[in-house]
Design a protein around this ligand. Sequence first.
Ligand SMILES: [Zn+2]
Length: 273
Amino acid sequence: MGGGDHRYRAPDYDTLVDSPIVVGNPAVYDFDVDGKKHSLVDVGEGGVFDGARAAKDLEAVVKEDRRLWGSLPYDRYVFFNMITESGGGLEHKNSTVLMTNRWATRTRRAYLAWLQLASHEYFHAWNIKRLRPAELGPFDYENENITRSLWIAEGFTDYYADLQVARAGLQTRDEYLEDLSNTIELLQTTRELEQQLDQLLHQGHGHRVRARREDSQGDRRREIARRRDARRVSEILGAEVLHTRAVPRRRRGGGWHQPQSVLGVRGRRRLGT
Ligand SMILES: [Zn+2]
């Protein structure tokens, strides 16, 4: 939205607060997918973080998500990568802000974790920024926005974040399955998660992840644990759906072929690389 050199105009307040602004001299790596410009904007590479490689691999993730969803829902997308020796990320409608450390491209484990973080936030361009619980936009800026749907909004996003990195050929099938195996093992040895899954599969959408209100009461650890639970439930749901598809008599009402059927997406039905 240009209003002249170094002048920018947002069409409304929601767009303004959803548009992060970086001022400085970052390293910028552009690539096009579907004729749409994407940029990786690295702040603080420090001669260590490999931006060119990261942009090339992000392009593969973008293409994989484009294949899954059928189209790209924006005109331009920016990955703001703040190399601040920190971690985490936040989704926006047409961009994301990631935080990482400069060594993230130096070891395979760290790099995969960075790719999965970027993949997660990018997946939110669909699942949460456009397909979202009613409570999560337009936001009520005066009050807390509480939702009971994080298990879909975050859980499904986490599930696809990793799967899309593997599908893009950036993680081997064995590495992906090893991660999945660890997740399943954790589920099988954690009673509470078993109950959640049972509830989800047998009572459908009656499954409840406790409301966000608790977050504001300060128990950050509980929020993280819940997010992890939601992700595991999604992963197991994905496996269950694939299994259900393989056993036709267990299909209900036409059946779910893959979690993306739940999301209303017609995607390719394949797992792994
Ligand atoms: Zn998220």
